[in-house]
Design a protein around this ligand. Structure first.
Ligand code: GLN
Length: 442
């Protein structure tokens, strides 16, 4: 089945906003849509990134009513270059999730509403799929850009950690969070990415570096990673490799032993960091304000924090446990050590090539199928998107195949600051295997 795409064009304004609102009723792509946006190219922004005078809720009830009086650095830079924000996109609460379902309004796949859109940047992927020439500003901690990009048939690019300032981002896990971009092709994303670069005094982890295109035609496939992939997905992926080989790329299979630990390593570190970040939402200073001061200490904070969704509560509990003194060395410190080993191993491989894999180990699932899986099963679906995120490597997911009308994505990973290598491979792919958006590959 082919999707009934909007191909919404903002030049049809004022009809544009109304049609977008109608479509949004079905798909839940946006948490907020602006009434007017003036001249300039339009972008949308994930709802955990602050835009002056627009709500910023990170899809959490606890942030209801929050309207920042400032722009995140990335938003400020884009506005200065003529871009206008049309709205804030739906997401899994605080970025916790891979399917876009951990939000009051569950996000739906634009190709077929019975299917998930992917998450946590669900709305950014959907908006890119339904609006013509659209780029959305998203964020990834452990795959939140690649995953929804793959399920919604768009390109999702996560830059090297630190290249895009995180000032104005509602943190999930500070050592992992990266602001990135979604669009329909490499050129559109590269343009917005370039405007977003530069050291920012307001984010001490932000970096300014010369970006490299290593022009490598060597692609590595990691055996251990492919082990858990659905065999039919492997079959489609092999067809992609054949096409890349026909363009002159070489493909080599490699073993990297520590990668098997990347999912638990990621979830230990990300939950530990998330639990400290969520501690500030207590109904007092951050988040909505409680009025009833007659409650005692515990009841007061409890009445605010009960507003967290199920997954957020799970992460507060597990993250707090992981950080507790009695088990800290057993889990957290060990995870930091393994993270280091994984970075070293992958970096060695990336010194002369790129790593390629399917983006997700499964075909796009139906919403009802995901409702049935347990948290550990859900976390293990991130096995292919976590490694580059854990290491801060730039990576991109791009659509390469349609299975029964639903898109599939593949993911390319490059070494730190080799972000431009990804764009060149992708542009070459786009030129040689032209595909009509939402249609069959050529
Ligand atoms: N699914 C992962 C998680 O829940 C990734 C989310 C993200 O990148 N924000 O942590």
């Amino acid at each position: 089945m082919k999707a009934d795409f909007l191909e919404l064009d903002k030049d049809e304004y004022p009809g544009f906003i109304e049609t977008l609102r109608d479509k949004n009723e079905e798909l839940n792509a946006f948490n907020f849509i602006q009434n007017s946006y003036g001249e300039g190219k339009i972008i949308s922004v994930k709802d955990n990134i602050c835009v002056k005078d627009m709500p910023a809720t990170a899809s959490s009830k606890i942030l209801e009513g929050y309207k920042p009086g400032f722009d995140a650095t990335v938003v400020r830079r884009l506005k200065e270059n003529g871009f206008r924000v049309i709205g804030k996109t739906n997401m899994d609460e605080f970025g916790f999730g891979s399917f876009g379902l951990n939000s009051e309004k569950q996000a739906k796949n634009p190709f077929d509403e019975k299917y998930v859109s992917g998450g946590s940047s669900s709305g950014s992927a959907i908006s890119t799929a339904i609006i013509k020439d659209h780029v959305s500003i998203a964020e990834s901690t452990g795959g939140s850009i690649s995953t929804p990009a793959a399920f919604c048939g768009v390109v999702g690019f996560t830059p090297t950690y630190g290249l895009v300032s995180r000032y104005g981002l509602i943190d999930y896990a500070n050592s992992l969070d990266k602001i990135g971009f979604m669009g329909r092709n490499a050129a559109a994303i590269k343009e917005v990415f370039n405007f977003s670069l530069g050291k920012d005094a307001k984010d001490t982890t932000s970096l300014e570096r010369e970006l490299i295109d290593n022009n490598s035609r060597k692609l590595y496939v990691i055996n251990g990673l492919m082990k858990g992939v659905n065999p039919l997905v492997v079959d489609r992926f092999n067809r992609l490799l054949d096409r890349l080989i026909s363009l002159g790329y070489t493909v080599e299979y490699k073993d990297l032993e520590y990668l098997d630990y990347s999912v638990p390593t990621y979830y230990i570190i990300s939950m530990a960091e998330a639990s400290t970040n969520l501690a500030k939402y207590q109904g007092f200073k951050y988040g909505f304000r409680l009025k009833d001061f007659s409650l005692d200490y515990n009841d007061f904070f409890k009445s605010a924090r009960k507003e967290f969704g199920k997954e957020a509560k799970r992460r507060v509990i597990l993250g707090t446990f992981i950080r507790s003194q009695s088990v800290r060395s057993k889990y957290y410190d060990k995870a930091l050590g393994i993270r280091h080993l994984i970075i070293r191993q992958m970096k060695k491989l990336l010194s002369d090539g790129l790593i390629i894999s399917p983006t997700m180990p499964i075909f796009t699932p139906k919403i009802e199928e995901v409702n049935d899986i347990n948290p550990v099963e859900a976390y293990s679906m991130d096995m292919l998107t976590i490694p580059p995120n854990l290491c801060g490597f730039p990576h991109v997911s791009f659509p390469y195949f349609y299975e029964k009308g639903m898109p599939m994505g593949a993911q390319l990973i490059a070494d730190h600051f080799n972000d431009y290598s990804l764009f060149s491979v992708l542009s070459e792919w786009e030129q040689n295997f032209k595909y009509k958006f939402a249609g069959e590959l050529g």
